[in-house]
Write a protein that binds this ligand. Structure first.
Ligand SMILES: C[S@@+](CC[C@H](N)C(=O)[O-])C[C@H]1O[C@@H](n2cnc3c(N)ncnc32)[C@H](O)[C@@H]1O
Length: 238
């Protein structure tokens, strides 16, 4: 805990670029202004927020381990902006982040993996109630299910990595996803300061040559792979 608090203070200290100040790449400037900090201009999916509120009131897991509304809405804005050919989620939980991801790009097929049977069932019920888009929840171990999904993944995808928060599996999943990625994919890693191991995984992945821009928002990190971007590491107070 003390380590996380120290890291948060450090993050605030090194934070720059709010509202895109000092960012020279037009693509990145657009991303920061129109996606990250554009919550007011984008229509909030009220039905999703309503479901989210209900789940938070009923389940400790939804309060403790799922994305908050602020970050769920950010996932929604990112998929709305990016419109990927496929969305991959590692760690469905009860399906809250799944709902935000899918609603942002409702035509896009989404594959999500969850190892806990009860949560996977709750997620399936949530998805049936809200019908956001074509999506499949794969119940089973992450390694096994990811191996099945990998051959289906197109080059232009968005992945949200939010399961099995340990250094080795995280780096392994990221490596596998990276090997499928064309130069436009977007990968979001949750909980990059959750532990020293997760932070080490984030730092390692950021150093890979395929990653052109990394955006550290403290609670999550965003990796942009576009080849025409210069290698840049940004920290933002979000
Ligand atoms: C942080 S929760 C996901 C929360 C969800 N993304 C959300 O924001 O609503 C992480 C999930 O990953 C699942 N998980 C962790 N390790 C796993 C593994 N090795 N295989 C499959 N699922 C795993 C857990 O069961 C848990 O539900």
């Amino acid at each position: 805990m003390a380590w996380r608090i120290y890291q948060y203070i450090r993050h605030l200290f090194y934070t720059r670029h709010r509202k895109g100040h000092g960012i020279h790449s037009p693509y990145l400037f657009e991303f920061v202004n129109k996606v990250l900090f554009n919550a007011r201009a984008t229509e909030a999916p009220e039905a999703i927020m309503k479901e989210h509120r209900k789940l938070r009131a009923a389940f400790a897991f939804a309060r403790r381990s799922s994305v908050s509304m602020k970050y769920g809405f950010l996932l929604y804005r990112i998929t709305s902006w990016f419109q990927p050919e496929m969305i991959i989620e590692l760690g469905t939980g009860m399906g809250i982040s799944t709902l935000y991801l899918s609603s942002g790009s409702p035509e896009t097929p989404l594959h999500s993996i969850e190892g806990d049977k009860e949560r996977a069932a709750l997620a399936a019920q949530l998805i049936c109630r809200c019908c956001p888009g074509p999506l499949s929840i794969h119940w089973g171990g992450m390694e096994e299910k990811l191996e099945l999904i990998l051959p289906l993944i197109p080059q232009r995808f968005l992945a949200f990595v939010d399961g099995n928060h340990h250094y080795e599996p995280t780096v392994d999943y990221l490596r596998k996803l990276m090997d499928r990625a064309g130069d436009e994919s977007v990968i979001i890693m949750d909980d990059i300061y959750w532990s020293r191991g997760m932070h080490r995984a984030w730092k390692e992945v950021v150093s890979w040559p395929e990653v052109k821009v990394s955006i550290d928002l403290f609670h999550l990190g965003i990796l942009l792979l576009r080849k025409d971007l210069h290698k840049t590491e940004i920290k933002i107070k979000f």
